[in-house]
Design a protein around this ligand. Sequence first.
Ligand code: FES
Length: 75
Amino acid sequence: AKILFDKQFGTPVNPSIRKGESKVVDSVDIEDLGNKAVFCRCWRSSKFPYCDGSHNQHNNACGDNVGPLIVKSKE
Ligand code: FES
C-alpha cells in the first residue's frame, strides 16, 4: 500500500506494524486479560497491540508524549 504524506497530520501514525493489512484491528477476550493488560498507543511496540516500553524511546526521539492504555481490575 502506498503511504501518503498528509498535510495536516504529517507521517502515518503507524510506521511499520502489519502494513499489508488495510486496517489493523485486534480483538482480546476479556477473560484472557487477567488482572492487568497494557496496550500500546504509540504504534512502536514489537509486542503490538501490547506495550513493550518502546514509547519511551519514541518520546525521547521526537518530543511526543504518548503512553499505553492500562486496563486493570479494581483492587
Ligand atoms: Fe507503545 Fe508503550 S510501546 S505505548
